[in-house]
Design a protein around this ligand. Structure first.
Ligand code: ATP
Length: 253
């Protein structure tokens, strides 16, 4: 069996005594698209930040290609982080830079080559050269998301993290972006880890789904298994019911 691309075992993290991750076990195989679902504040972002080395877990192991990465510092940490692409919730484009400079931000080399690479990546997300010299603020939300996606794939990262990739988009544009993500991840052979509340994203993007609840992965399975999962927590989340075993925390303690 091949070595997992990402492997978390017993990862714990607490902030000022408040336990957020209580022993997360998660395996993502190379080229696989894993989606983590779970309510607000269940620790999805904290899990991603621990994998990226932006937060240090209190205990447990995080392996990439079988190599332990928790506790990396300095250059080793920078090299680790360079293996990842990120699509942030808001797109996080630099508004002072034209689109092509945003897309080629992480690339090196002469400007002419970086611009050519930017145009190539824009084409992959369905945008023509006419947008290359526009500022992000001149584009619609859906187009900005495409630009952010082009920027995330431009360095051909081994792993991409998608953080709520459809936030702020209407359902049709969200579907277009979800389909693009699925297509690019497959075409480029990138391992993808997505966190989302959006079940439409899950159905479009995921090979496998993991549900985080109270600091642990309480269920994982193939995308098609979510509807028949005999797990009341998954069932409640997938169907968005107020009634069920998941207790919403209405105020921060
Ligand atoms: N740096 C930090 N210091 C203190 N508490 C933190 C820190 N980062 C996260 N937390 C807490 O950890 C908990 C989990 O946060 P996290 O952002 O991972 O949730 P999430 O599942 O991604 O939620 P959402 O879906 O709303 O983005 C929250 O209660 C949050 O306040």
């Amino acid at each position: 069996m091949s070595v997992p691309k990402i492997e978390l075992a017993g990862v714990t993290k607490a902030f000022s005594g408040k336990v957020v991750l209580a022993g997360v076990d998660l395996t993502v195989m190379p080229g696989e698209s894993m989606v983590i679902i779970g309510g607000s504040g269940t620790g999805k972002s904290v899990t991603m930040k621990c994998i990226l080395g932006l937060l240090r877990p209190d205990a447990g192991s995080i392996r990439i290609d079988g190599q332990e990465v928790s506790g990396l510092k300095g250059r080793a940490l920078a090299a680790h982080q360079a293996r990842f692409g990120m699509l942030f919730q808001g797109g996080a484009l630099f508004d002072s830079l034209p689109v092509w400079r945003n897309v080629s931000f992480a690339l090196s080399g002469p400007a002419r080559e970086r611009r050519a690479a930017a145009l190539d990546n824009l084409a992959r997300v369905g945008l023509g050269p006419e947008v290359a010299d526009l500022k992000p603020s001149e584009l619609s939300g859906g187009m900005q998301k495409r630009v952010a996606l082009a920027r995330a794939i431009a360095p051909r990262p081994e792993i991409i993290f998608f953080d709520e990739p459809t936030t702020g988009l209407d359902p049709i544009m969200a579907d277009v972006i979800n389909a693009l993500i699925r297509q690019l991840v497959s075409e480029l052979g990138i391992t993808a880890l997505t966190i989302t509340h959006d079940m439409a994203s899950v159905r479009r993007i995921a090979d496998r789904v993991a549900m985080l609840y109270q600091g642990r992965i309480i269920w994982q399975g193939e995308r098609n298994a979510i509807d028949s999962a005999e797990n009341p927590f998954v069932d409640q989340f997938v169907h968005g019911r107020a009634e069920g075993p998941i207790q919403m925390q209405l105020r921060r303690l």
